[in-house]
Design a protein around this ligand. Structure first.
Ligand code: NDP
Ligand code: GDR
Length: 368
């Protein structure tokens, strides 16, 4: 029998799942992941980790399952007998949660219960440690700044409300049944593999395409929204650390620095030599090119490359989030290593590279 640790990661095909899988494999774990069935293959973020089923001593295995389907979760848990479960799966888009509130509750709230119940049903209470991907969206309409573990919650979206249930059911199963279960209350974290409809990636992708003349304008919603943005790579390390302690505890994970969406656009554009000035206000605010340096951007001074489109406003907005990760620093020695400037650079460079490749393919007469 192998003595290596076994981890089960739900949401392994997502941004965090892919970084966490890399980290766990580098630490010698056997990593099992839950993927959903889809009509097109959706494992791009973990394809580089794929191991052929006939390979001896396989350490990376994917299983079909869904957080809305108890039986699939029970079967997977029974088969895998994990030492650690990282529940990263969720309908994770706040705006979409207003359009699909019931599904969001099913996957993001009841899905957590299903996994915890599987631990109980399979009598894994003393073996399996459980990590729940909680979120700064719990703070919503903030009651205290910066937000820490003791700050009261006030979620502002069906996503935030569903995650509130996930948070408390994790605490409850820890207290009621003694499961080693804990919440990471993570503030926004991004990377080059961030989903393309989250604001940072939408921005870096659009700026790259605008620079190459493949797109003329970037339409955004609330430019004044303030977020505490970190790098996913730093944050998954903390997810692992939280399951290695003597006692389970909940932790805020954040950088402690806050920027607006508007600033994120300015920083991204500057990376490709485009200086922007924002003019006007409200729905009429625009981002105008005031200087172009270097040879990477084809836009001209005076071009309007950012506009507000109210369709991206949310029925209820979270205007400001700023985290205080003192507990994580003091008890676990965790501090983020990657700065916002480094994050922006990495994301813009990756999207510029991808846009150039797409431009080349298109110019040769092929479809992307
Ligand atoms: P992503 O949206 O990139 O990934 C979500 C993952 O969940 C995907 O693998 C997705 O599968 C899977 N998934 C969605 N619904 C289901 C379902 N019903 N059953 C099984 N799997 C499902 O999110 P992130 O990686 O950014 O975030 C990971 C977790 O952390 C999420 O729970 C999110 O809510 C939470 N979080 C994220 C933060 C962030 O800033 N990134 C901050 C705080 C919390 P598929 O690929 O098929 O869509
Ligand atoms: P968020 O991330 O809602 O914080 O949730 P997102 O990047 O979607 O929005 C951040 C802020 O930017 C504003 N915004 C826009 N957002 C999007 N997506 N598209 C736009 O065009 C746009 N214009 C302005 C938003 O209104 C918002 O204020 C993320 C997710 O990863 C959650 O799963 C996670 O729990 C939280 O971060 C912490």
């Amino acid at each position: 029998m192998s003595s290596r640790k076994v981890a089960l990661v739900t949401g392994i095909t997502g941004q965090d799942g892919s970084y966490l899988a890399e980290l766990l494999l580098s630490k010698g774990y056997e990593v099992h992941g839950v993927k959903r069935r889809s009509s097109l293959i959706n494992t791009q973020r973990v394809d580089h980790l794929y191991q052929e089923p006939h390979e001896p001593d396989r350490r990376f295995v994917l299983h079909h399952g869904d957080l809305t389907d108890s039986s699939s979760l029970l079967h997977i848990m029974e088969k895998v007998q994990p030492d650690e479960v990282y529940n990263l799966a969720a309908q994770s888009h706040v705006a979409v949660s207003f359009e699909e509130p019931e599904y969001t509750a099913n996957s993001d709230a009841i899905g957590v219960l299903r996994l915890l119940e599987a631990i109980r049903t399979l009598k894994l209470v003393d073996k399996t440690r459980f990590y729940q991907a909680s979120t700064s969206e719990l703070y919503g309409l903030v009651q205290e700044t910066p937000q820490k573990e003791t700050t009261p919650f006030y979620p502002r979206s069906p996503y935030g409300v569903a995650k509130l249930y996930g948070y408390w059911i994790t605490v409850n199963y820890r207290e009621a049944y003694g499961i080693y279960a804990c919440n990471g209350i993570l503030f926004n974290h991004e990377s080059p593999v961030r989903g393309e409809t989250f604001v940072t990636r939408k921005i870096t992708r659009a700026i790259a395409r605008i620079a190459l003349g493949m797109q003329s304008c970037l339409y955004l919603g609330n430019l004044s929204s303030l977020r505490d943005w970190g790098h996913a790579k730093d944050y998954v390390e903390m997810q692992w650390m939280m399951l290695q302690q003597d006692k389970p505890e909940d932790f805020v994970i954040a950088t402690g620095v806050q920027y607006s969406v508007r600033q994120f656009v300015e920083f991204s554009a500057r990376e490709l030599g485009i200086e922007l000035r924002f003019e006007g206000d409200g729905d009429a605010e625009v981002g105008v090119v005031v200087a172009v340096q270097g040879d990477r951007a084809s836009c001209k001074v005076g071009d309007v490359i950012v506009k507000v489109d109210p369709r991206y406003y949310r029925p209820a907005e979270v205007e400001t989030l700023l985290g205080d990760a003192t507990r994580a620093r003091e008890r676990l020695g965790w501090t983020p290593k990657i700065t916002l400037a480094e994050l922006v650079k990495e994301m813009v460079e990756a999207d510029y590279h991808a846009a150039r490749r797409d431009a080349l393919v298109l110019s040769a007469g092929f479809r992307i």
